[in-house]
Write a protein that binds this ligand. Sequence first.
Ligand SMILES: C[S@@+](CC[C@H](N)C(=O)[O-])C[C@H]1O[C@@H](n2cnc3c(N)ncnc32)[C@H](O)[C@@H]1O
Length: 273
Amino acid sequence: MPIDHVLKLYSESFRSPYLHYGFWDEPDKVNIDTLTLNDMVAAQQRYIEHLASFIPEDVNNILDVGAGIGGNSSFLLSKGFSVEALSPDDYQEKVFAEKYNGEVPFYRTKFEDFKPQKQYDLVLESESACYIQIEPGWQVAQKTIRKGGYLLASDYFLHHNDGSGDWHIKASHDEKTYLEKAKEYGFELIREYDQTDNTMPTLDGAKAFMDRFIFPTVEFSSNYLDKNHPLVLKVLKKAFGKKLESKINQFSLLESSDFKKYKRYMIYLFKKI
Ligand SMILES: C[S@@+](CC[C@H](N)C(=O)[O-])C[C@H]1O[C@@H](n2cnc3c(N)ncnc32)[C@H](O)[C@@H]1O
């Protein structure tokens, strides 16, 4: 399976072992203008602490599905859980091999294609549920989790679709369908928590960063080329203009007000009955 270069870019630029949004205890008190990368990484650490508080007492072994670059797995190991990890990504497999030297078995596969050799007390899907096709995902969860075991999902779900084709709509599962399918495959929702407000400062911070550094740099480079190498600019625009426009449109994903219009960032704890 190829490498997800966007996730690789996050991991290399943030230098954090996490690839999720982070959790802000007091989102109203966060000053976006003074936010640092360290604050973001601290919020990511807080996210897994908060998420782990949803793990029931009778859980010993966990399959970390869509494990990223191992931050959550490390946290869970440090809390005494036995952890195995899964992701389809070649780069992430390499990171796990270097980090854990076999201590955390790693399955390089999509969850939908996973053939479990045993059953787990809990499957964790931390910001990976939206990558996994809903129905095949629940089918495999049914085989992977023991009777009375759990699936803990923390991810954003679509609560409103106005048919506009907005980027926010494209990149997430419909919440109602996800919950209906859970029931159909024998999973009862036993706890839920809406962490939308607790996650939004990360988007606001990323947008502020883009506005301050990236967009002015792009504008500067374009002006420079226009003045000094107009032919080069023309060729670049012809070659990449459309692609660039589509990429820039994707930055609308950083608008927290649009996020909230369409999505909710939920924690769902399901029990297999
Ligand atoms: C946003 S990252 C979250 C990483 C990590 N769970 C965390 O919280 O930091 C999404 C993860 O899901 C993985 N993923 C993508 N498609 C998947 C699939 N079909 N099955 C399982 N994992 C998948 C990605 O490779 C990545 O590891």
